[in-house]
Structure formats: C-alpha cells, structure tokens
Design a protein around this ligand. Structure first.
Ligand SMILES: [Zn+2]
Length: 255
C-alpha cells in the first residue's frame, strides 16, 4: 500500500520494540492536523518525535511516523508491545469519512501481513482516556474480516449491485405476474366461450328433439295426397301424430 514517508528528525535515538501484541487505534482529537504538527506537538512533550507509527488523514492518505519496528510513544505502559495508528479528526464529535475508514482498514490489513496475530484495541482499552472518541468506528475495525474481507468501496459496490439485481428481479416478477394474470383471464374467457358453445349445442339438440319442424313432412304428404284436410282444408293432426309422421319421413318411409 502507499505510505507517505517523511525524513523525521528524531531528537534522540529510537529503540526497537521488544514485543508486538496489539495495534492501538487513536484519534488526533483535532479536526484538522498534519503529521508534521503531531511531530512538533510530541517533540513539545519532550519526546523524540511523532509517537505513532502511522497517521491517517481524512483524505485517506497514510503517513509513516516511527518505523514499524521501533518503540512508539502513544500508549502509556504499552509502548513496548504495540503499533500505534492515529486518525486525523476529533471523533468525540465527528464521524469518520469513508475514505479515511478504508485507508485505516487497508493499513491494518497490511500490518497483519507482517504481524498476523495482533489484536486490535482502542487507546481507551489501554489506559484512562476517551481516545479514540465515542464516534470512532472501533468495533468496525475490531470485527472486520481482514483475511477474506473487502474494502469499503468493494462492499458498497457489491451492495449497489445486489440492490440493482433485486430491483431488476422485482420488475421481472411484476411482468411475469401481469402476463400470468392476463393468461388466466384469457383462459377464463376461453372456458366461458366453451361453456357457451356447449350450452348452444345442448339447446340445438333439444330443439332438434322436441321442436322438429313438421312443415316439410306435412307439405310433402299433402302434395302426394296422403293427407287430406276436412271441408275447410284443416288438418286435424295431434302434436304426437305430427311428430310421428316427421320421424317416419326422416326414416325415409315417404321417400
Ligand atoms: Zn490515543
């Protein structure tokens, strides 16, 4: 990863750190400050120079303070077994910009490649202080999966891609539901038509059976002289007789 190097002028020699057990996270307790300012503040404390190993600005730039193997000056009682990372900002009142959070995540991942078993602590876990501030995303850095983890940018991109897919899927579901509803309506209409046709067929059968048209048969029988009316020309045929004659005619008896 990109780390900005500075040729710090140490007031006295730095010692190698005897052990490395923890990464300690700090805030600068200053909304805007530079690595050089911190170096001058710490020199003012009578220290050799900037006490942190890394300083991460809000713009995501990562600055080297003390060499990683050197003893730091950032966590009283624990300078002999910790690596210190300080974030620009006052996280008692501010919240951390995403670029800064990503940079710290990447920095911790990078340190863990050299010191794989380090635990991550906030300064307040090591002594009586409010550092790194109540709004500092300490739990985020402590719970982050550095081995299989993705950067915040990758995470946000994935989240957006998944949201897009869900939206697209919902739209397709909508279309499928509409087509399904239309199909169901059409099927219903076809079924209704089928029922109408069946009803018509039944009615046609009924008409054929119960209301046959007698006139052609009667006309044929009158024409051939087989049926004769009374003096006034009226045929005195019952309904049953008419039906019988019609059936016989259709059977070809009068052909
Ligand atoms: Zn601190």
């Amino acid at each position: 990863m990109k780390i900005i190097e500075t040729d710090w002028k140490w007031k006295s020699g730095l010692s190698p750190r005897p052990a490395t057990r923890y990464i300690v996270l700090h805030h600068a307790a200053a909304s805007v400050c530079t690595a050089a300012q911190i170096d001058s503040w710490h020199k003012g404390n009578g220290w050799s120079g900037i006490g942190y190993h890394y300083f991460v600005r809000k713009d995501g730039s990562v600055w080297r303070g003390r060499p990683e193997q050197a003893m730091g000056a950032h966590a009283s009682g624990h300078n002999g077994d910790t690596i210190g990372i300080c974030a620009e900002g006052n996280f008692m009142t501010e919240t951390m910009p995403q670029r800064q959070r990503e940079a710290i995540t990447e920095l911790i991942s990078d340190i863990l490649t050299r010191y794989p078993s380090l635990k991550i602590k906030g300064h307040k876990d090591m002594g009586a202080t409010g550092c790194p501030g109540t709004n500092y995303p300490l739990a985020y850095f402590q719970n982050y999966d550095y081995k299989g983890g993705m950067t915040m940018t990758q995470y946000e991109e994935l989240k957006t891609a998944i949201a897009e897919l869900v939206k697209k899927n919902a739209a397709q579901d909508d279309i499928i539901n509409k087509v399904g509803a239309e199909l169901a309506a059409r099927t219903e209409a076809i079924n209704a038509l089928g029922a109408d046709v069946a009803a018509l067929a039944v009615r046609a059968d009924t008409v054929n059976d119960t209301e046959p048209d007698y006139r052609p048969t009667v006309q044929k029988l009158v024409d051939s002289g087989l049926l004769k009316g009374d003096e006034s020309g009226n045929l005195r045929l019952s309904e049953d007789m008419l039906r019988m004659l019609t059936i016989l005619d259709r059977a070809g008896v009068f052909a």
